[in-house]
Design a protein around this ligand. Sequence first.
Ligand code: GDP
Length: 364
Amino acid sequence: MVLELSSDKKTWIRQPIIVVLGHVDHGKTTLLDKIRGTAVAKKEPGEITQHVGASVVPASVLNKITEPLKKYFPKLVIEIPGLLFIDTPGHELFSNLRRRGGSVADMAILVVDVVEGFQPQTIEALNILKEKRVPFIVAANKIDRLEGWKAFPDTPFLESVKRQSPRTISILEERIYQLVGKLYEHGFESERFDRVKDFRRTVAIVPISAKTGEGISELLALIAGLAQQFMKKKLVTSEDAARGVVLEVKEEQGLGTTIDVIIYDGVLSKNDLFVVVGKNGPIVTRVRSLLMPRPLQDMRMHEGRFVQVDLVTAATGVKISAPGLEDALAGSPFYVIPSEDRIQEFTRMVQEEVSQIRFKGESD
Ligand code: GDP
C-alpha cells in the first residue's frame, strides 16, 4: 500500500470514501448489504472489511469481482487499496460528512428504482451532490422487476442482459432513457455506463439488482476505475496528524460517550490530542481508546462488540473513547493536534470552520 517515501514521510493511496443516496425504498440498504456480503464472501482470510460506521471492499475482492469483466474493460487494473462505504445511507448522514471546501465523501452512488424512476428524494439527493460537487454514478436498481426479466444471480449486467428477450431489453432501454431525460433536466449528461465515452462529462448509469446481485460487479468496478483515474491525487495521504469527521456521537455501555469518526487523512494513535466541536464550543481531549468492531468469528459476548487497537490509518471508520465527549456534535470536524503549543491554533480553526454550518438540533 506504501506508494513512495518522500522527505522521510510515508505516503499512500487511501480508499475512496463512498456514500449511497436515493429515494426511500429504492434499495439503498439492500445495495449496501449486498456489497458487504460480497466483500465478506470474497475476502482473503484475515482481511478486515468491517469498520465502525463503514465497510471496506478490499482490493483483493475488487480484483476477483472485476476478473469476469476483463473482456469488456481490458485496461482495468485495481490500484487503490479498496473502497470504503459509509454504512448508513441517505441525506442525513451525508450532510454530516462535510469538510472544509466540500464533502468527506469522494464519490456517491445515487440509487434510483428503475421502475419508479425519479422521486422527490432522488432530486433532493441530486441537488445535494451538485452543491457539494461530489461525483456520482447512478445505480438503476431493481432491474429484476422489469417485465419479463430473467434473473441470473450475481452475474455481471453485461452478461445477464445478453440473455434477456428483445422486449425486456427495449423496456430496460426505455427506462434508462427516462433517467437520462430526468438527469438532463437537472443539468447532467448521462448514458448507460458501457456507452459512456468521457466519464468526466457523462454520468454513468449502471443497471443493477441489489436483490439478485446482477450488475454489482460493474458498479464496483466502475467506482474503483473512476476513483483511480480521476482522483488519485486527492486520495494520497501520509503519516501526518489525522483528520476526520464525527459521524455519530454514541453512549456505549462501559465506555461512556464515544464518537464514531471517519478518518480521511493521516494516522491516529492512542493518546493523541484532538479537537472536536461541542454544543458549547471546541472540546480538546486525548484518545483513551481506539475501537474497531470485533471480528465475527471472534465474537465472545463478555468481551463486548469492540476490540482496542493502538493505531489506525486513513481511510477508516473508528470509534473513539475519550474523556469529555458528552457534548460533542455529529458532523463536527475532527483534528489531531500535533503538539500542545498548537491547541489554540486548532481550536480557532475548528471554530471558524463550524461558524458557517448548522448542526442537527439547532434551529433553521
Ligand atoms: P431504502 O429505503 O432505499 O434503503 O430501500 P431498501 O433497501 O430498504 O429496499 C426497499 C424494498 O425494496 C425492500 O423490500 C427490498 O427488498 C426491495 N428491493 C431492494 N432492491 C431490490 C431489487 O434490486 N429488486 C427487488 N425486486 N427488490 C428490491
